[in-house]
Design a protein around this ligand. Sequence first.
Ligand code: SF4
Length: 71
Amino acid sequence: MKTVRSDKCNNVEKEDFKCPCTYTGCSRHGICCECLHYHRGKDQLPACYFTAEQEKTYNRNIDFFIECRDK
Ligand code: SF4
């Protein structure tokens, strides 16, 4: 999947924006459109779909999301 880079969706420069992702070293923090495209291309969801506890597992799979919702 082609990487999208746009200044129009760059939240990283917004003072009150807090990316919930704890995975360090990712260049997509605060660039939500790239984050979404990246994970969508892998049948995954971005960190912001998960609770803080779920997010820490780094499991971004849609199946994991559904499994968590069913509990
Ligand atoms: S959810 Fe994925 S793409 Fe988005 S900031 Fe975290 S590691 Fe990067």
